[in-house]
Design a protein around this ligand. Structure first.
Ligand code: FAD
Length: 501
């Protein structure tokens, strides 16, 4: 039998250990030998607490038990993201992990809502969405199994301690044959003819050779960026924030089943409730605020005592021009970074892992067609998220120097056209690859104050009194279902109580 392909993962943050765990679960050790190199001395980025519903799919893919996972990571549930003061100050909306309404007639529910909204007979859009109504009452339950139940049309994600997640995945992966190598990489050896990475050399002198390298080295992008010179495509002309200050605080009584993103004068602040503490951060633009000012503003806006000194992180928004180059595949921060406004980083790691497993070479030589497809898919993922993030920034009151610049950016044509189509009759194209289906766009567009001028023509057909009756019934059904839903606090305490840290 041929020698196994040597796969070396560089970095043991969330990205590295997620990748290692997936390899442990899905690769035959006779064909692939997988090693992970990490340096405790360097450590990990140490932030990243809000996720998307796809994370549950990833855990299911590995075969992790949900309750054990939530206990190990101090996790809570997440039904969506609440945006406070976005659009106009004093307003709030939720981007839910679920759909609006339920089928009423030939058109989709949203089109009927637009029609009733213009007739002056509709309640606000959130009243027709179970996960939003439940979130705002701090209620949570698992989705119902019967499709006709109002409480079945949503999914959920987690707030978790990403450091604990990486640690538990490490235990899990090591128990399944992944070899961990401790040490600081001081040199990367390349083949003189092809430039391919041959090996990484550690400070101890140890040499770790491989056929394929997965760069999970964080912002350093040690292999893809530093060694192979693949540049970052810089998106700061659209996304103006380049820094964050983060601090954990004592958990407050307000145990929300959602992440909160509050608009601030030079960016926005996150609030993420875990079982053992609350995660907080201010994402800001250095051109508008100093680190000290950002830290002071963050500390002044906590709902519990700070548990550590605020920590500053710098970043450039964007992605590497090719995520897979030569024999190096980058994932996590080594491949790119987009601010955590829509909690997308760990999702991007997951997508990269799934693509890598699908396209994994069967022999040491790599067919360029594999690389091309990987890069195409990752480009689509990044581009879609970029446009979605920009959407949040452009439709706001320009009430500070930062917001004047943010509202005035020259948006990518792909986003411009999407918004204009939506303004016309509420059309949002569903796409096959990439994040954010129509309900997500509808939630954020309407939340930011962009409402279609008229409804889809199909929505005109239903008699007005029938439409009115259906909408009233729906809002009532949702309110009743929420009333019967336990509090998030109670649900977590019963379902997955984590031990005190
Ligand atoms: P890191 O955690 O930085 O790990 C890098 C690894 O490489 C470490 O193990 C390090 O030791 C190793 N390494 C580096 N150099 C060497 C060397 N020379 N030798 C040996 N080892 C080396 N994501 C979300 O999904 N949701 C969020 O809410 C969220 N919030 C975020 C907020 C901020 C401010 C930031 C910056 C990021 C956030 N993220 C979020 C992103 C998330 O933190 C990361 O995507 C995720 O943790 C993956 O990080 P990583 O593993 O790529 O990098």
């Amino acid at each position: 039998m041929a020698e196994p392909i040597e796969l070396v993962i560089v970095g043991g943050g969330t990205a590295g250990w997620m990748c290692a765990a997936a390899c442990a679960a899905k690769l035959d050790r006779r064909h692939y030998r997988v090693r992970l190199v990490e340096s405790e001395e360097i450590g990990t980025v140490g932030v990243g607490e809000a996720t998307l519903p796809q994370m549950k799919d990833f855990n299911d893919f590995l075969g992790l038990d949900e309750v054990a996972f939530m206990q190990a990571t101090q996790a809570s549930f997440k039904l969506g993201i609440e945006f406070v003061d976005w659009g106009s100050r004093g307003e709030r909306y939720i981007h839910p992990f679920g759909t609006f309404g339920r089928p009423i007639g030939e058109a989709d529910f949203f089109s009927y809502w637009v029609r009733a909204h213009h007739d002056g007979t509709a309640a606000p859009l959130p009243d027709y969405c179970f996960p939003i109504a439940a979130a705002w009452r701090n209620r949570f339950m698992l989705p119902g199994r019967r499709p006709d139940e109002i409480g079945s049309a949503f999914s959920y994600a987690y707030h978790l301690d990403a450091f604990l997640y990486a640690r538990s995945l490490r235990r899990w992966a090591e128990a399944r044959g992944i070899e961990r190598v401790e040490g600081r990489i001081v040199e990367v050896e390349q083949a003189s003819e092809t430039g391919a990475v041959d090996a990484v050399k550690l400070a101890s002198g140890e040499r770790v050779a491989g056929d394929l390298f997965v760069d999970c080295s964080g912002f350093r992008s040690l292999l893809l960026g530093q060694t192979l010179g693949v540049e970052l495509e810089d998106w700061s002309q659209w996304l103006l924030c380049d820094s964050a200050v983060a601090v954990p605080s004592v958990r407050s009584d307000d145990f929300t089943p959602y992440t909160r993103a509050t608009r601030r004068p030079a960016g926005w602040q996150w609030r993420i409730p875990l079982q053992h503490r609350t995660g907080n951060g201010y994402v800001f633009s250095r051109a508008d605020l100093s680190d000290d000012e950002a830290a002071a503003a963050l500390l002044a806006n906590l709902d519990g005592e700070a548990l550590a000194e605020p920590r500053v992180l710098r970043f450039t928004p964007g992605k590497r021009r090719r995520a897979w180059h030569g024999n190096v595949i980058a994932m996590g921060l080594a491949g790119g970074f987009l601010e955590p406004l829509e909690s997308t980083s760990i999702y991007l790691v997951q997508m990269a892992i799934m693509q890598m497993l699908t396209l994994l070479p069967a022999e040491p030589s790599i067919d360029p067609a594999l690389r091309n497809e990987f890069n195409r898919v990752m480009d689509v993922e990044y581009d879609r998220i970029r446009d979605f993030l920009i959407l949040h920034y452009i439709a706001n009151e320009p009430d500070s120097a930062f917001w004047q610049r943010a509202c005035a950016v020259d948006v990518p044509a792909s986003l411009h056209d999407k918004i204009e189509r939506f303004r016309h009759r509420g059309y949002v194209q569903a796409y096959r690859d990439g994040l954010f289906g129509p309900p997500s766009w509808q939630a954020v567009l309407v939340g930011q104050g962009i409402v279609p001028r008229r409804a889809d023509r199909l929505a005109d057909v239903l008699p007005g009194d029938v439409l009115q009756r259906r909408l009233t019934e729906l809002a009532r059904t949702i309110a009743q279902a929420v009333e019967a839903t336990p509090s998030h606090e109670r649900f977590v305490a019963d379902y997955c109580p984590a031990p005190a840290p």
